[in-house]
Design a protein around this ligand. Sequence first.
Ligand SMILES: [Fe+2]
Length: 449
Amino acid sequence: MKNKISIISILLSTIIIISFPVLSISKNNINYIFNDQEYKISLEDFSQISLTPGENENMLNFCWYDKNSDGDSQIKIWEKDGDIKIYKGSKNKLENGFVTNKVTVRDLKENTTYYYSYNSNGIWSEPIEYRTKNFKNFNFVFMGDPQIGASSKKMNSYKDGIKKDSFNWNKVIKKSLENNKDISFIVCGGDETNTVVNKNNIEKININNWEYAGFLAPNYLRYIPMANAIGNHDKDNENFYNHFNMPNSTHFGKTKAGGDYYFTYGNTLFLFLNTNNLNMNDHKEFIKSTIKKNQDIKWKIAVFHHDIYGGGIHSNDKDVKKLRHKLPNILEKNDIDLVLCGHDHIYSRTYSLKNNKKIKDFSIKKSTNSNENLEVIKNSKGITYITGSSSTGSKFYKHTDKTKRYIKLKYDKEESTYTMINVSENNLIITTYKVDDNEIIDNKIIIEK
Ligand SMILES: [Fe+2]
Protein backbone atom coordinates (compact mmCIF):
# COMPACT_ATOMS: atom_id res chain seq x y z
CA MET A 1 0.00 0.00 0.00
CA LYS A 2 2.81 2.36 1.03
CA ASN A 3 4.65 1.60 -2.25
CA LYS A 4 1.51 2.24 -4.25
CA ILE A 5 1.13 5.68 -2.62
CA SER A 6 4.77 6.62 -3.34
CA ILE A 7 4.42 5.56 -7.02
CA ILE A 8 1.26 7.66 -7.34
CA SER A 9 2.91 10.67 -5.72
CA ILE A 10 5.99 10.38 -8.01
CA LEU A 11 3.67 10.17 -11.05
CA LEU A 12 1.69 13.21 -9.86
CA SER A 13 4.82 15.34 -9.28
CA THR A 14 6.12 14.33 -12.74
CA ILE A 15 2.82 15.39 -14.30
CA ILE A 16 3.00 18.76 -12.48
CA ILE A 17 6.61 19.35 -13.56
CA ILE A 18 5.83 18.36 -17.17
CA SER A 19 2.72 20.54 -17.27
CA PHE A 20 4.58 23.53 -15.81
CA PRO A 21 8.16 23.35 -17.07
CA VAL A 22 10.71 25.51 -15.23
CA LEU A 23 10.71 28.83 -17.02
CA SER A 24 14.10 29.84 -18.24
CA ILE A 25 15.17 32.41 -15.67
CA SER A 26 15.98 35.49 -17.64
CA LYS A 27 18.89 37.19 -15.92
CA ASN A 28 18.14 40.39 -17.84
CA ASN A 29 14.67 40.54 -16.48
CA ILE A 30 15.86 40.14 -12.90
CA ASN A 31 18.61 42.73 -13.39
CA TYR A 32 16.08 45.10 -14.83
CA ILE A 33 13.84 44.68 -11.82
CA PHE A 34 16.65 45.35 -9.37
CA ASN A 35 18.33 48.25 -11.13
CA ASP A 36 15.63 50.25 -12.81
CA GLN A 37 17.14 53.65 -13.24
CA GLU A 38 14.50 54.76 -15.67
CA TYR A 39 11.00 55.09 -14.43
CA LYS A 40 8.51 53.90 -16.98
CA ILE A 41 4.84 54.09 -16.26
CA SER A 42 1.73 53.12 -18.14
CA LEU A 43 -1.50 54.20 -16.50
CA GLU A 44 -3.35 51.68 -18.65
CA ASP A 45 -1.44 48.78 -17.08
CA PHE A 46 -4.03 47.60 -14.58
CA SER A 47 -2.66 44.08 -14.09
CA GLN A 48 0.36 44.72 -11.89
CA ILE A 49 0.71 42.26 -9.07
CA SER A 50 0.79 43.35 -5.41
CA LEU A 51 2.53 41.41 -2.64
CA THR A 52 1.29 41.61 0.95
CA PRO A 53 2.76 39.93 4.03
CA GLY A 54 1.01 36.62 4.68
CA GLU A 55 -0.52 35.49 7.97
CA ASN A 56 2.99 34.89 9.29
CA GLU A 57 6.59 35.21 8.07
CA ASN A 58 6.42 31.85 6.26
CA MET A 59 3.58 33.04 4.05
CA LEU A 60 3.16 35.60 1.30
CA ASN A 61 -0.04 36.95 -0.25
CA PHE A 62 -0.48 37.93 -3.90
CA CYS A 63 -3.23 39.85 -5.68
CA TRP A 64 -3.56 40.89 -9.34
CA TYR A 65 -6.09 41.95 -11.90
CA ASP A 66 -6.51 40.27 -15.26
CA LYS A 67 -9.03 40.07 -18.08
CA ASN A 68 -9.17 36.30 -18.18
CA SER A 69 -11.83 34.67 -16.07
CA ASP A 70 -11.03 31.08 -17.11
CA GLY A 71 -9.03 28.62 -15.05
CA ASP A 72 -7.58 28.86 -11.55
CA SER A 73 -5.68 31.75 -10.03
CA GLN A 74 -2.21 30.34 -9.62
CA ILE A 75 1.26 31.24 -8.43
CA LYS A 76 4.28 29.09 -9.22
CA ILE A 77 7.16 29.44 -6.80
CA TRP A 78 10.53 27.75 -6.65
CA GLU A 79 14.02 27.97 -5.26
CA LYS A 80 16.94 27.98 -7.70
CA ASP A 81 17.31 24.41 -9.01
CA GLY A 82 14.35 23.40 -6.86
CA ASP A 83 10.94 21.97 -7.66
CA ILE A 84 8.10 24.21 -8.61
CA LYS A 85 5.29 24.46 -6.12
CA ILE A 86 1.94 25.62 -7.38
CA TYR A 87 -0.53 27.44 -5.16
CA LYS A 88 -4.12 27.93 -6.20
CA GLY A 89 -6.20 30.80 -4.92
CA SER A 90 -9.51 32.48 -5.61
CA LYS A 91 -10.82 34.49 -8.51
CA ASN A 92 -13.52 37.13 -8.28
CA LYS A 93 -15.26 38.58 -11.33
CA LEU A 94 -15.71 42.36 -11.10
CA GLU A 95 -18.25 44.66 -12.71
CA ASN A 96 -15.49 46.57 -14.54
CA GLY A 97 -14.76 43.54 -16.74
CA PHE A 98 -11.67 42.46 -14.79
CA VAL A 99 -11.19 39.57 -12.44
CA THR A 100 -9.15 39.90 -9.27
CA ASN A 101 -6.93 36.98 -8.31
CA LYS A 102 -5.81 36.28 -4.75
CA VAL A 103 -3.31 33.55 -3.91
CA THR A 104 -1.39 32.68 -0.72
CA VAL A 105 2.01 30.99 -0.80
CA ARG A 106 3.23 29.00 2.22
CA ASP A 107 6.29 27.31 3.72
CA LEU A 108 8.79 30.06 2.90
CA LYS A 109 12.12 29.78 4.69
CA GLU A 110 14.11 32.76 5.93
CA ASN A 111 17.03 34.27 4.01
CA THR A 112 16.16 32.29 0.89
CA THR A 113 15.95 33.34 -2.76
CA TYR A 114 12.82 32.27 -4.58
CA TYR A 115 11.37 32.94 -8.00
CA TYR A 116 7.68 33.33 -8.64
CA SER A 117 5.47 33.57 -11.68
CA TYR A 118 1.76 34.37 -12.02
CA ASN A 119 -0.80 33.89 -14.71
CA SER A 120 -2.29 36.98 -16.32
CA ASN A 121 -4.49 36.80 -19.41
CA GLY A 122 -3.52 33.14 -19.79
CA ILE A 123 0.21 33.89 -19.97
CA TRP A 124 2.70 33.04 -17.25
CA SER A 125 4.76 36.07 -16.23
CA GLU A 126 8.53 36.08 -16.48
CA PRO A 127 10.02 34.75 -13.22
CA ILE A 128 10.52 37.43 -10.63
CA GLU A 129 13.05 37.11 -7.85
CA TYR A 130 11.83 37.30 -4.27
CA ARG A 131 14.17 37.04 -1.30
CA THR A 132 12.95 36.34 2.19
CA LYS A 133 14.80 38.16 4.95
CA ASN A 134 15.79 37.42 8.52
CA PHE A 135 12.69 36.47 10.52
CA LYS A 136 14.03 37.28 14.00
CA ASN A 137 15.85 40.57 13.64
CA PHE A 138 14.07 42.42 10.84
CA ASN A 139 13.38 45.84 9.33
CA PHE A 140 10.30 47.40 7.86
CA VAL A 141 9.67 50.87 6.50
CA PHE A 142 6.65 53.00 7.36
CA MET A 143 5.24 55.52 4.86
CA GLY A 144 2.32 57.93 5.17
CA ASP A 145 -0.34 58.97 2.64
CA PRO A 146 1.14 58.44 -0.86
CA GLN A 147 -2.31 59.55 -2.09
CA ILE A 148 -1.53 59.03 -5.77
CA GLY A 149 -3.45 61.64 -7.78
CA ALA A 150 -3.62 64.30 -5.02
CA SER A 151 -1.26 66.63 -6.87
CA SER A 152 -3.42 66.55 -10.04
CA LYS A 153 -5.19 69.80 -9.12
CA LYS A 154 -1.93 71.68 -9.64
CA MET A 155 -1.12 69.95 -12.93
CA ASN A 156 -2.32 70.34 -16.52
CA SER A 157 -4.21 67.09 -16.48
CA TYR A 158 -5.28 64.44 -14.01
CA LYS A 159 -2.95 61.92 -15.65
CA ASP A 160 0.04 64.27 -15.25
CA GLY A 161 -0.67 64.49 -11.52
CA ILE A 162 -0.87 60.71 -11.19
CA LYS A 163 2.40 60.28 -13.10
CA LYS A 164 4.13 62.86 -10.90
CA ASP A 165 2.90 61.23 -7.68
CA SER A 166 3.80 57.77 -8.96
CA PHE A 167 7.32 59.00 -9.81
CA ASN A 168 7.72 60.33 -6.25
CA TRP A 169 6.25 57.12 -4.82
CA ASN A 170 8.88 55.14 -6.72
CA LYS A 171 11.48 57.57 -5.38
CA VAL A 172 10.64 57.12 -1.69
CA ILE A 173 10.62 53.32 -2.04
CA LYS A 174 13.93 53.42 -3.91
CA LYS A 175 15.52 55.73 -1.32
CA SER A 176 14.44 53.54 1.57
CA LEU A 177 15.76 50.40 -0.14
CA GLU A 178 19.08 52.07 -0.92
CA ASN A 179 19.26 53.03 2.75
CA ASN A 180 18.50 49.50 3.93
CA LYS A 181 18.53 46.51 1.59
CA ASP A 182 17.09 44.23 4.26
CA ILE A 183 13.59 45.66 4.41
CA SER A 184 11.13 42.80 4.89
CA PHE A 185 8.07 44.84 3.93
CA ILE A 186 6.54 48.31 3.65
CA VAL A 187 3.78 49.51 5.97
CA CYS A 188 1.60 52.23 4.49
CA GLY A 189 -0.61 54.39 6.72
CA GLY A 190 -3.57 54.71 4.33
CA ASP A 191 -4.76 57.01 1.51
CA GLU A 192 -2.92 54.95 -1.04
CA THR A 193 -4.84 56.72 -3.81
CA ASN A 194 -6.74 60.03 -3.93
CA THR A 195 -10.06 59.69 -5.71
CA VAL A 196 -13.03 58.96 -3.51
CA VAL A 197 -14.96 56.52 -5.64
CA ASN A 198 -18.68 56.65 -6.07
CA LYS A 199 -19.99 53.51 -7.71
CA ASN A 200 -22.27 55.45 -10.07
CA ASN A 201 -19.61 57.81 -11.32
CA ILE A 202 -17.78 56.02 -14.15
CA GLU A 203 -15.38 58.92 -14.66
CA LYS A 204 -14.15 58.66 -11.06
CA ILE A 205 -13.82 54.89 -11.32
CA ASN A 206 -11.65 55.31 -14.42
CA ILE A 207 -9.47 57.92 -12.74
CA ASN A 208 -9.06 55.67 -9.71
CA ASN A 209 -8.01 52.77 -11.95
CA TRP A 210 -5.22 54.98 -13.33
CA GLU A 211 -4.28 55.93 -9.75
CA TYR A 212 -3.97 52.24 -8.83
CA ALA A 213 -1.86 51.65 -11.93
CA GLY A 214 0.36 54.53 -10.69
CA PHE A 215 0.42 53.21 -7.14
CA LEU A 216 1.50 49.73 -8.22
CA ALA A 217 3.86 50.93 -10.97
CA PRO A 218 7.16 50.90 -9.01
CA ASN A 219 8.99 47.68 -9.93
CA TYR A 220 10.20 47.37 -6.34
CA LEU A 221 6.66 46.35 -5.42
CA ARG A 222 7.11 43.12 -7.42
CA TYR A 223 9.45 41.86 -4.70
CA ILE A 224 8.75 43.96 -1.58
CA PRO A 225 5.45 43.13 0.14
CA MET A 226 3.36 46.02 1.43
CA ALA A 227 0.69 46.15 4.13
CA ASN A 228 -1.75 49.01 3.66
CA ALA A 229 -4.04 50.72 6.14
CA ILE A 230 -7.44 51.91 4.90
CA GLY A 231 -7.51 55.72 4.69
CA ASN A 232 -10.51 58.04 4.45
CA HIS A 233 -9.91 58.24 0.68
CA ASP A 234 -9.97 54.42 0.47
CA LYS A 235 -12.78 53.48 2.82
CA ASP A 236 -15.61 53.07 0.30
CA ASN A 237 -13.39 51.94 -2.52
CA GLU A 238 -13.79 48.34 -3.64
CA ASN A 239 -10.63 48.89 -5.68
CA PHE A 240 -8.69 48.75 -2.41
CA TYR A 241 -10.15 45.35 -1.52
CA ASN A 242 -9.62 44.11 -5.07
CA HIS A 243 -5.97 45.18 -5.32
CA PHE A 244 -4.61 43.78 -2.05
CA ASN A 245 -4.75 40.35 -0.46
CA MET A 246 -4.95 41.25 3.22
CA PRO A 247 -4.03 38.44 5.64
CA ASN A 248 -6.50 37.42 8.38
CA SER A 249 -9.11 39.80 7.03
CA THR A 250 -12.03 40.12 9.49
CA HIS A 251 -15.55 41.51 9.51
CA PHE A 252 -14.59 43.88 12.37
CA GLY A 253 -14.44 47.56 11.43
CA LYS A 254 -15.64 46.78 7.93
CA THR A 255 -16.24 49.27 5.11
CA LYS A 256 -16.32 48.55 1.37
CA ALA A 257 -12.51 48.54 1.29
CA GLY A 258 -12.25 45.79 3.92
CA GLY A 259 -12.09 45.31 7.69
CA ASP A 260 -9.51 45.08 10.46
CA TYR A 261 -6.75 42.59 9.65
CA TYR A 262 -3.51 41.32 11.17
CA PHE A 263 -0.37 39.33 10.60
CA THR A 264 2.61 38.23 12.64
CA TYR A 265 6.20 38.48 11.56
CA GLY A 266 8.78 36.92 13.89
CA ASN A 267 8.11 38.19 17.40
CA THR A 268 5.74 40.98 16.31
CA LEU A 269 2.00 41.29 15.84
CA PHE A 270 0.80 43.92 13.37
CA LEU A 271 -2.81 45.02 13.90
CA PHE A 272 -4.37 47.06 11.08
CA LEU A 273 -7.54 48.88 12.16
CA ASN A 274 -9.99 50.39 9.71
CA THR A 275 -10.62 53.55 11.75
CA ASN A 276 -13.10 54.86 9.16
CA ASN A 277 -15.52 52.59 10.94
CA LEU A 278 -16.18 54.23 14.29
CA ASN A 279 -17.65 51.15 15.94
CA MET A 280 -15.23 50.96 18.88
CA ASN A 281 -16.64 47.66 20.13
CA ASP A 282 -15.61 46.12 16.82
CA HIS A 283 -12.02 47.33 17.12
CA LYS A 284 -11.92 46.33 20.79
CA GLU A 285 -13.14 42.82 19.99
CA PHE A 286 -10.73 42.52 17.06
CA ILE A 287 -7.71 43.51 19.16
CA LYS A 288 -8.71 41.35 22.12
CA SER A 289 -9.45 38.22 20.10
CA THR A 290 -6.32 38.61 17.95
CA ILE A 291 -4.03 38.97 20.95
CA LYS A 292 -5.66 35.95 22.56
CA LYS A 293 -4.69 33.91 19.48
CA ASN A 294 -1.11 35.22 19.59
CA GLN A 295 -0.03 34.94 23.22
CA ASP A 296 3.70 34.36 22.61
CA ILE A 297 4.24 37.62 20.80
CA LYS A 298 6.73 40.16 22.17
CA TRP A 299 5.86 43.35 20.26
CA LYS A 300 2.44 44.71 19.29
CA ILE A 301 2.24 47.44 16.68
CA ALA A 302 -1.09 49.01 15.68
CA VAL A 303 -1.48 50.75 12.32
CA PHE A 304 -4.45 52.93 11.38
CA HIS A 305 -5.04 55.99 9.27
CA HIS A 306 -6.49 58.65 11.59
CA ASP A 307 -3.75 60.23 13.70
CA ILE A 308 -5.56 60.60 17.00
CA TYR A 309 -2.48 62.27 18.51
CA GLY A 310 -1.22 64.01 15.38
CA GLY A 311 0.20 67.48 14.88
CA GLY A 312 -1.91 68.80 11.99
CA ILE A 313 -5.28 70.25 11.17
CA HIS A 314 -7.24 67.01 11.49
CA SER A 315 -6.93 66.77 15.28
CA ASN A 316 -10.21 68.66 15.84
CA ASP A 317 -12.23 66.68 13.29
CA LYS A 318 -15.30 64.97 14.68
CA ASP A 319 -14.18 61.44 13.76
CA VAL A 320 -10.64 61.97 15.08
CA LYS A 321 -12.03 63.35 18.37
CA LYS A 322 -14.30 60.35 18.74
CA LEU A 323 -11.44 57.97 18.06
CA ARG A 324 -9.19 59.84 20.52
CA HIS A 325 -11.88 59.60 23.17
CA LYS A 326 -12.22 55.82 22.98
CA LEU A 327 -9.32 54.12 21.22
CA PRO A 328 -6.28 54.91 23.45
CA ASN A 329 -7.83 53.11 26.39
CA ILE A 330 -8.38 49.97 24.27
CA LEU A 331 -4.80 50.13 22.96
CA GLU A 332 -3.35 50.68 26.45
CA LYS A 333 -5.32 47.83 28.01
CA ASN A 334 -3.91 45.53 25.36
CA ASP A 335 -0.30 46.66 25.87
CA ILE A 336 0.27 48.03 22.37
CA ASP A 337 3.90 49.21 22.07
CA LEU A 338 3.73 51.52 19.08
CA VAL A 339 1.05 53.16 16.88
CA LEU A 340 1.64 54.25 13.27
CA CYS A 341 -0.80 56.66 11.55
CA GLY A 342 -1.22 59.01 8.61
CA HIS A 343 -3.95 61.55 7.67
CA ASP A 344 -2.23 64.86 8.57
CA HIS A 345 0.54 64.63 5.96
CA ILE A 346 3.14 65.96 8.41
CA TYR A 347 5.49 63.92 10.56
CA SER A 348 4.93 64.04 14.30
CA ARG A 349 5.82 61.88 17.27
CA THR A 350 4.24 61.92 20.69
CA TYR A 351 5.60 61.43 24.16
CA SER A 352 4.82 58.04 25.58
CA LEU A 353 1.12 58.48 26.45
CA LYS A 354 -1.17 56.84 28.98
CA ASN A 355 -4.60 57.99 30.19
CA ASN A 356 -4.27 60.95 27.84
CA LYS A 357 -1.20 62.13 29.77
CA LYS A 358 2.45 62.11 28.81
CA ILE A 359 4.87 59.88 30.64
CA LYS A 360 8.35 61.33 30.73
CA ASP A 361 10.13 58.03 30.99
CA PHE A 362 12.77 58.59 28.35
CA SER A 363 16.46 59.38 28.46
CA ILE A 364 18.48 61.05 25.71
CA LYS A 365 22.04 59.96 24.96
CA LYS A 366 24.51 61.03 22.29
CA SER A 367 25.39 58.24 19.91
CA THR A 368 29.05 57.25 20.29
CA ASN A 369 29.82 57.10 16.56
CA SER A 370 27.78 60.00 15.22
CA ASN A 371 26.12 63.22 16.20
CA GLU A 372 22.66 61.77 16.38
CA ASN A 373 20.64 61.70 19.60
CA LEU A 374 19.36 58.39 20.84
CA GLU A 375 16.12 58.66 22.76
CA VAL A 376 15.63 55.57 24.90
CA ILE A 377 12.16 54.73 26.17
CA LYS A 378 12.58 51.83 28.58
CA ASN A 379 9.77 49.55 29.78
CA SER A 380 7.26 52.32 29.23
CA LYS A 381 3.73 51.99 30.53
CA GLY A 382 2.59 54.29 27.73
CA ILE A 383 2.33 54.22 23.94
CA THR A 384 4.33 56.20 21.37
CA TYR A 385 2.27 57.43 18.39
CA ILE A 386 3.98 58.29 15.11
CA THR A 387 2.29 60.08 12.20
CA GLY A 388 3.93 59.82 8.79
CA SER A 389 4.42 62.78 6.48
CA SER A 390 3.19 62.66 2.89
CA SER A 391 5.64 60.09 1.51
CA THR A 392 5.16 61.37 -2.06
CA GLY A 393 4.67 65.09 -1.34
CA SER A 394 1.42 64.88 -3.31
CA LYS A 395 -0.41 67.07 -0.79
CA PHE A 396 0.37 69.18 2.28
CA TYR A 397 -2.10 71.06 4.46
CA LYS A 398 -1.90 74.54 5.92
CA HIS A 399 0.25 74.53 9.04
CA THR A 400 -1.08 74.91 12.53
CA ASP A 401 1.30 76.91 14.70
CA LYS A 402 0.08 75.51 17.96
CA THR A 403 1.87 72.35 19.02
CA LYS A 404 -0.33 70.04 21.04
CA ARG A 405 0.78 69.13 24.56
CA TYR A 406 1.20 65.45 23.65
CA ILE A 407 3.62 66.09 20.76
CA LYS A 408 7.31 65.48 21.43
CA LEU A 409 8.39 66.46 17.93
CA LYS A 410 6.60 67.89 14.92
CA TYR A 411 8.38 68.23 11.58
CA ASP A 412 6.05 70.47 9.64
CA LYS A 413 8.21 71.34 6.67
CA GLU A 414 6.64 70.44 3.35
CA GLU A 415 9.05 67.53 2.89
CA SER A 416 8.45 63.85 2.27
CA THR A 417 9.76 61.47 4.91
CA TYR A 418 9.91 57.76 5.60
CA THR A 419 10.44 55.93 8.89
CA MET A 420 12.69 52.88 9.19
CA ILE A 421 11.96 50.47 12.02
CA ASN A 422 14.28 47.72 13.17
CA VAL A 423 12.72 45.02 15.32
CA SER A 424 14.78 42.73 17.54
CA GLU A 425 14.20 40.73 20.70
CA ASN A 426 14.56 43.65 23.10
CA ASN A 427 14.33 46.82 20.98
CA LEU A 428 12.34 48.71 18.41
CA ILE A 429 14.71 51.21 16.79
CA ILE A 430 12.90 53.95 14.90
CA THR A 431 14.63 56.39 12.54
CA THR A 432 12.89 58.93 10.32
CA TYR A 433 14.55 60.31 7.19
CA LYS A 434 13.83 63.12 4.77
CA VAL A 435 13.41 61.53 1.33
CA ASP A 436 15.48 64.08 -0.61
CA ASP A 437 18.79 63.83 1.26
CA ASN A 438 18.26 61.09 3.87
CA GLU A 439 18.77 63.61 6.67
CA ILE A 440 17.50 62.22 10.00
CA ILE A 441 14.73 64.55 11.21
CA ASP A 442 14.01 63.23 14.71
CA ASN A 443 15.98 61.56 17.48
CA LYS A 444 16.66 57.90 16.86
CA ILE A 445 14.06 56.36 19.14
CA ILE A 446 14.77 53.11 20.95
CA ILE A 447 11.81 51.46 22.61
CA GLU A 448 13.34 48.94 24.97
CA LYS A 449 11.49 46.12 26.66
FE1 LIG B 1 -4.42 61.78 3.19
